[in-house]
Write a new protein. Structure first.
Length: 659
């Protein structure tokens, strides 16, 4: 079962995929487009979040363009929270979501994997390249793809020039994000190149790296001031998180901003505008980037050839942290209202999560866990959802573990969903597939992994998740579900391991039949079950003159005899029979049987089979004929075994007397 691939593409669509790439032939692309114009189109959005965040701007921009231009296009968004953990198993489990889409089945692909580990990222990018589908890369210039980025170079250059020319700064430090991050490295280059052109000495233009979080700003200030060092005239930061933290740390050390040190940020987050001092920053409308992505793809579909590289120009906003006046553009009462509303929503979410955590924790099965997850999704502003699970997650067996590399599509089942406003459980997968493939124009389906550490356990699908625009708490909800799922799976694996060990413990290692240790666990329960129904027979078997066989032919031959006895007894009795090596050369068998005649027939069959192997045994039987056997109504298993044992010894004595 393939959830999100589409095989029924025409030859012209394949030609379009082959030729409409940055290096493709424009005329062939135009011909392919004209032939495939009536086809409904699909865009794959492939993203890896920074830590616990999810960037909604790309999808918002894509959908806005699709609706503005009335295109028959839907978006399927595959997202990983790989960066939320440093655990390699967790990261691997998250990235399995990218094995799901068959990229050749799409009409366009938008890629933002800059926060993904390089080796895993390259694997996904290679599959996208091999698909031949036109792809647009964000935040990182990737060979063979169109590229859209924020023109951070110009904004950083303007910051440096402004600080140098307007505020007389002569020493600078750049507090950067991750080393190797494409956009961060662009900003570092702009910083260093501009200072070089101004003639600022290298020792007065330093750089430190971190991530895009607040700790980077804190550590930059500590680095600059360690061993009695002083802060430079200006600290230029890769984003507002870093800038705010740098200001806080500088003020802790007795520096005044901007009197003693100027600070700039980037992105124009609310915290930059509301902070005191207000942070000098650069505003970027990231929705415009998503909008531009859709525009590039639409140009390709129309047979045009857009520029391979395009930029979104940020708007520089000068503020108090660099010594300029407050820009006065913030409506503080409006912001306060938003904070109050957000605080109330956070309180509601905390209460909902607390209640959900209790329900999830109390769930006794994965299906109950799915129902509790659906309760959470029902509280969100979206148009539908589906929880898809690998059926093996609840039926763990030896050598039947979940996949660690990609999904076993044939094992995926829809465990629960809401479609057309109705909740359903265990619906056919084809309904979810059709829901996604035939989605109306402008529909967005967000897909992210249901995983248990490195194991691909399933998929979450959210249809038009509008709540993401105002809330960044989805990861907390998913983390709660995955944590409880991990606990359930760990318990299953432990139970499976214990069952396996118990099977080993209860089995005779030589013959493979049950050992005497299985008496209470297997033999006694079987006796109680059969005695209430069709009746039960006990067979006690002992090999004749086994010690002589061992002494004359050796223990290897003796082992062969025991294995042949076990094999023939198992093959001769009903499939549900319980066969046990009771000790040494003694075997006990228990099987459903209601008459003495049937029990004798089984004994005869076993004796004949053993004689063909030149093995002679003594076999005693005892039968309880079920509810009709009023004389033995209260007979116990121990009593029946003693009767069979006594019968066996009488037969053995007869065999000895005949020799």
């Amino acid at each position: 079962m393939e959830f999100f691939s589409r095989k029924s593409y025409t030859v012209c669509k394949t030609l379009l995929a082959e030729c409409c790439n940055p290096n493709g032939d424009e005329e062939r692309g135009r011909r392919g487009t004209q032939q495939g114009m009536e086809m409904k189109r699909r865009i794959a959005l492939v993203t890896a979040g920074w830590k616990r965040m999810i960037t909604t701007a790309w999808s918002t921009g894509l959908i806005a363009y699709i609706r503005d231009h009335e295109l028959d296009v839907s978006v399927e968004w595959f997202h990983s929270w790989e960066g939320a953990s440093q655990n390699p198993d967790f990261r691997h489990g998250e990235d399995n979501i990218f094995t799901l889409p068959e990229f050749a089945g799409y009409d366009g692909i938008v890629v933002d994997l800059v926060n993904m580990e390089s080796a895993a990222r390259e694997s996904v990018l290679q599959r996208i390249r091999e698909s031949g589908v036109p792809a647009v890369a964000l935040c990182q210039d990737i060979e063979g793809m169109f590229y859209i980025s924020v023109k951070g170079f110009g904004a950083i250059q303007r910051f440096v020039l402004h600080l140098y020319e307007e505020h007389g700064c002569r020493s600078f430090h750049f507090a950067g994000g991750p080393k190797g991050n494409y956009e961060n490295e662009q900003r570092v280059s702009a910083f260093l190149d501009t200072l070089r052109e101004l003639g600022v000495p290298e020792e007065a233009a330093t750089v430190s790296y971190g991530d895009f979080g607040k700790n980077t700003g804190t550590e930059a200030v500590r680095f600059l001031t360690k061993n009695g060092g002083k802060l430079p005239d200006a600290i230029i930061c890769a984003n507002d998180n870093i800038a705010v933290a740098a200001v806080i740390e500088a003020e802790k050390l007795g520096y005044r901003v901007p009197a003693d040190v100027k600070v700039t940020g980037f992105d124009n987050f609310d915290k930059a505008q509301l902070f005191q001092p207000q942070i000098t920053t650069a505003e970027v409308c990231r929705e415009d980037i998503g909008y531009r992505c859709a525009d590039i793809l639409n140009q390709i579909w129309n047979g045009e050839k857009p520029e391979r590289v395009s930029y979104i120009e940020p708007k520089v906003i000068l503020g108090e942290s660099c010594g300029c006046p407050n820009d006065g553009k913030i409506d503080y009462r409006k912001v306060l209202k938003q904070q109050i509303v957000s605080s109330m929503e956070d309180a509601d979410l905390t209460a909902a999560l607390s209640s959900a955590e209790a329900k999830l924790h109390d769930s006794q099965s994965f299906q109950e866990l799915v129902r509790s997850s659906m309760d959470l999704f029902d509280q969100m502003d979206l148009d539908g959802y589906a929880v898809i699970l690998d059926r093996r997650v609840q039926k763990l067996e030896e050598k039947n573990e979940l996949n660690t590399d990609g999904y076993e599509l044939s094992c995926l089942e829809t465990a629960g969903c809401r479609m057309d406003g109705m909740r359903r459980e265990h619906i056919p997968n084809v309904k979810i597939r059709d829901e996604v493939l035939n989605a109306p124009a402008g529909t967005l389906h967000l897909m992210f992994p249901f995983h248990i550490d490195q194991y691909a356990a399933g998929i979450f699908i959210l249809k038009n998740p509008r709540f993401l625009i105002d809330r960044q708490d989805l990861y907390e909800i998913i983390e709660l579900i995955l944590r409880e799922a991990s606990n359930r799976y760990a318990n299953l694996r432990l139970r499976s391991a214990l069952d396996h060990l118990e099977k080993i413990y209860n089995r005779d290692q030589l013959t493979g039949v049950y050992a005497r240790t299985a008496y209470q666990k297997v033999i006694a329960p079987s006796f109680q079950r059969w005695r209430r129904k069709e009746g039960v027979a006990v067979m006690f078997l002992d090999a004749d003159r086994f010690k002589e066989v061992n002494d004359r032919f050796g223990h290897s031959y003796g082992d062969y005899v025991l294995k042949e006895i076990a094999k023939i007894v198992v093959e001769s009795l009903p499939a549900e029979a319980v066969v046990c090596r009771f000790g040494g050369d003694e075997f006990l068998a228990l099987y459903p049987c209601g008459t003495q005649e049937a029990a004798l027939a089984f004994r005869t069959k076993i004796e004949q089979g053993l004689l063909e192997k030149s093995i002679q045994t003594s076999i005693g039987i005892a039968v309880y004929a079920g509810t009709e056997d009023e004389c033995n109504e209260n007979i116990t298993l121990e009593e029946l075994v003693k009767m069979a044992d006594a019968n066996m010894y009488r037969i053995k004595e007869d065999h000895h007397s005949q020799k």
